[in-house]
Design a protein around this ligand. Structure first.
Ligand code: NAD
Length: 427
């Protein structure tokens, strides 16, 4: 099948390389010339394990090419997949500028009966705007489908090669047939629904995972008052098969490029349809409030941030990615700097600097360098390089604080070494 993928970010680049491996002819299209130049040279412009090797092999085999030209990329495509960004506006509603621009640009070059599949996360009902927009500029008959994406950064290649499920949202049998043909070799369950349901499945999946994170944080907050231990609670509740031990992350709340924006977009949608008390609206507010509340409670613990040096370990939003969008570090560090702290950051892959340039922030190359002479060590991301580091061997100050927001360290061991330890949901 001839497939063009518009947007060669995390989703587009990974999908393109994987579909090429399955034998399809793929063209990746992006308006970012630097990204295209880099991909053409087999260089992935972001960190995603296993992608570079796959990209190289598929370009070498001639099944994967990149361009910035719609005129070049669209006319031969049986299927055009749109995977451009859909960030949130200040109001929380989705910013559809990129997707509308892509739809407008692709329309005049569509071949007869081509399928345009929207992989970007978009609110239900949006096809009522996108269909007429494409139709206005198209010369041929086309079909519109929803093809939501569920990959996770850090394991994106495997998630695409072995998806848990494929969701296809369409109204026409011809569209289901072609898209099923694309996904049959993956041997994953295929859910065939109307476009609105497909779009809602995507939002509901992320909103549910965000709800689990928020739920366990709410329980953790209570544990800090009553002396219970959140990790033992997870062990205890998890044996109930309806609950399970997986996907419980007490900590700083959910971050990253998807959950915060998807929850905000769903909350904005709920408010727009006058469901102001919808659970998702509450989840969004609780998550926004979480880091400020923790910073203020730790401020009491460390007796003020002013003049203190804080080593913040982990600048990405989770391990195995260099994506810093809505990463805890990007919310915490500017607040610490504003309160007069000096911050030394470390991350094995991500590069980050505060929006306002300041000599008070420095990114160091190793954990050792970052923690040297720090008053407070703050674990933000459980990268192996951080979790495996032996903090009991570093030279301690008289009052040395260890804030473990991932609950990955043995508190007794650190306390014995002389640290004042603070985890999440334990005392
Ligand atoms: P990204 O920001 O990494 O990449 C988007 C790309 O689209 C950029 O390279 C940008 O230059 C390009 N672009 C923007 N406008 C364009 C246009 N008019 N024509 C051509 N290219 C254009 O975004 P992403 O993380 O890959 O996410 C893409 C979509 O997939 C979003 O809707 C996101 O919510 C959804 N999604 C993302 C993930 C994830 O983990 N990143 C997972 C599932 C779904």
């Amino acid at each position: 099948m001839n497939i063009t993928i518009i947007g060669t970010g995390f989703v587009g680049a990974v999908s393109g390389a994987v579909y090429a491996k399955k034998g399809h002819q793929i063209t990746g299209l992006d308006i970012d010339q630097n990204k295209i130049d880099s991909l053409k040279k087999d260089k992935v412009p972001f960190y995603e394990p296993n992608l570079e090797k796959l990209l190289k092999s598929q370009q070498k085999a001639g099944r994967l090419t990149f361009t910035n030209s719609y005129k070049e990329a669209i006319p031969d495509a049986d299927l055009v997949i749109v995977a451009v960004g859909t960030p949130s506006l200040k109001s929380g509603a989705v910013n559809l500028t990129y997707i509308k621009q892509a739809c407008k640009n692709l329309a005049p070059f569509l071949k007869n009966q081509a399928i345009v599949a929207i992989k970007s996360t978009v609110p239900p009902g949006i096809f009522q705007e996108l269909y007429p927009l494409i139709e206005k500029h198209a010369k041929n008959k086309f079909y519109l489908a929803a093809l939501p994406e569920f990959l996770k950064e850090g394991t994106a290649v495997d998630d695409t090669l072995y998806p848990d499920r494929v969701v296809i949202g369409a109204d026409e049998p011809k569209v289901f047939k072609l898209l099923e043909e694309l996904y049959l070799p993956y041997q994953a369950p295929i859910v065939k629904v109307n476009p609105e349901t497909a779009q809602m499945i995507k939002y509901a999946s992320n909103a549910y995972l965000a709800t689990r994170i928020t739920f366990i944080n709410q329980i953790a907050d209570l544990c800090e008052i009553n002396g219970a231990n959140i990790e033992d609670i997870i062990k205890g509740i998890g044996f109930d098969k309806r609950i399970g031990h997986h996907y419980w992350y007490p900590g700083l709340g959910y971050g990253g490029s998807c959950f915060p924006k998807d929850v905000k977009e769903l909350a904005a949608y709920a408010k727009q349809v006058k469901r102001h008390k919808n659970l998702i609206v509450v989840i969004d507010k609780l998550n926004d409030a979480r880091i400020p509340r923790l910073i203020s409670s730790w401020e009491t613990l460390v007796k003020g941030w002013a003049g203190k040096t804080v080593a913040t370990l982990g600048l990405s939003f989770k391990p195995q990615t260099n994506d810093t969008r809505h990463a805890p570090a990007s919310i915490i560090i500017p607040r610490l700097l504003k309160k007069g702290a000096k911050v030394k950051g470390y991350d094995p892959q991500a590069r980050w600097s505060p929006p306002e340039k300041t000599a008070q922030f420095q990114q160091l190359a190793t954990v050792e360098q970052a923690v040297k002479s720090a008053d407070i060590i703050m674990i933000l991301v459980e990268w192996p390089e951080i979790v495996k580091f032996d903090f009991t061997k570093t030279k301690l100050k008289k009052q040395q604080y260890f804030i473990d927001t991932r609950n990955r360290f043995q508190s007794a061991k650190l306390k014995k070494a002389g640290y004042i330890y603070q985890g999440i949901g334990n005392t």
